[in-house]
Design a protein around this ligand. Structure first.
Ligand code: ASP
Ligand code: MG
Length: 421
């Protein structure tokens, strides 16, 4: 078994979907599960739809029409009047969505989100499954809502690995039992369901994670994520010039990079793959014959500096009003406040009387500061950048520093972090 994941960029128009078919033809030498996420930017559009639905705004129907027309335009290019059954099957999903929008929203925003946003994945996977069938790539459409079992933490469903593994194995086994031929499966990324059959989602960009869940559960020989870049790079090309491709990355290094904020793969993706030693390939869906990058288990010798920049950061400097030391008790109070307001700490440093913390600026930052101020003096700095360099060398920083100044610096043997203004 192999797992292929195609994100929204690969399916944003009819030609993109034809290209997916070419890729499957090229690499279909054994069973494949194809994990599909919503077409183009559909998830963002569906998020706006949820907001309109929740606000009881009639704009919901305009937004729905836009989403439906976008899909219809793609379908008009892929299907013709011999495909009426396929078209009807896809359109039945639009009807289900429209019906849902006619209802009264509950009080739970995250619940409503999980009932609406998954239509992006369901519809995209149906379009692609039917089109593959039309192209003689017969496949089985699998409903991930019944296979990836989560708790009911809406918008960030926690996977029940035992139940999920069992469900996936049983379902796949049924199709493989009475045949010696390779089989093709099409399913959805990003979505799952509870044991009560309520749909959940796994967090934005969660389709990579879904691919890893399917790989883990089927003991797949590999996962390929097909992207609009040639592989993993040592920095985001939108932020840095002179990027280089990383051909091979160990699992632990990929986790470190994701931890510091590299947005190449969903951070939860690596662990299930590492646990079963399943390699992850990141390849270009355009230059699909190129080898791309591979993340697997090996000891890295050649270490290329990797740059991760986080913008929209705040630096808080916190000191106890009673002049006590920054020690365990104060720290645990401070951490509890950060956790309560949902702030993730990206960097911290302390002296005897002051504790400095760099966090993503969230909309509730003023509330956080007010709460801290009951016991501490707080100074803060907004609109700063956090730059992390893994495997830094003495030249790594020079170029990044022009017209910027370092306001805090921290380094260990492998990683250099600076806060810049
Ligand atoms: N479609 C979802 C999103 O855009 C999941 C994914 O693409 O991985 O967040
Ligand atoms: Mg997406």
């Amino acid at each position: 078994m192999k797992i292929f994941k195609f994100g929204g960029a690969s399916s944003q128009n009819a030609n993109g979907i034809r290209n997916i078919v070419n890729i499957i033809r090229e690499f279909y030498d054994k069973n494949i599960i194809i994990v599909i996420s919503a077409i183009g930017k559909t998830t963002n559009e569906l998020e706006r739809l949820v907001a309109a639905f929740f606000a009881n705004s009639e704009e919901k129907y305009t937004l729905l029409d836009e989403i439906v027309s976008k899909h219809n335009a793609i379908m008009a290019e892929l299907f013709d009047n011999t495909d009426s059954a396929a078209i009807a099957d896809i359109q039945s999903q639009f009807h289900l969505l429209k019906n849902y929008l006619g209802k009264e929203p509950s009080e739970n925003y995250n619940f409503e989100y999980d009932q609406i946003v998954p239509f992006g994945e369901i519809i995209a996977s149906k379009i692609i499954a039917h089109y593959l069938n039309k192209e003689k790539l017969t496949n089985h459409w699998l409903d991930a809502r019944k296979l990836i079992i989560t708790d009911n933490s809406y918008r960030e469903g926690e996977v029940n690995w035992k139940k999920t593994e069992k469900k996936i194995q049983k379902t796949i086994q049924r199709f493989l039992e009475n045949t010696n031929n390779k089989q093709l499966f099409v399913t959805q990324g990003f979505i799952g369901g509870t044991t009560e059959n309520i749909t959940t989602t796994l967090g934005r960009e969660g389709s990579d994670f879904s691919a890893a869940i399917f790989a883990y559960s089927t003991n797949a020989e590999g996962v390929t994520i097909w992207k609009d870049v040639d592989g993993l790079l040592n920095a985001d090309p939108k932020q840095f010039s002179d990027t280089v491709q990383l051909d091979k990355i160990p699992y632990y290094e990929a986790i470190e990079l994701a931890y510091y904020g590299a947005s190449v793969i969903h951070p939860k993706t690596i662990k299930p793959l590492q646990n079963k030693n399943i390699p992850l390939y990141v390849k270009s869906f355009i230059h699909y014959k190129d080898k791309g990058s591979i993340i697997h288990d090996f000891t890295q010798k050649k270490k290329i500096p990797c740059y991760i920049k986080k913008t929209n950061q705040m630096l808080l400097s916190i000191s106890p009003k009673d002049f006590s030391f920054i020690a365990e008790e104060n720290l645990s109070t401070i951490f509890a406040i950060f956790a309560f307001f949902g702030f993730k700490i990206n960097l911290m440093q302390n002296s005897a009387l002051s504790f400095s913390v760099c966090v993503d600026e969230r909309s509730n930052w003023q509330e956080l500061i007010e709460e801290l101020q009951t016991e501490f003096y707080v100074k803060y700095n907004k609109n700063i950048e956090l730059l992390t360099i893994r495997h830094y060398n003495k030249n790594s920083l020079t170029k990044e520093l022009k017209d910027k100044k370092i306001i805090l610096e921290q380094r260990n043997r492998t990683t250099l972090q600076v806060i810049l203004k």
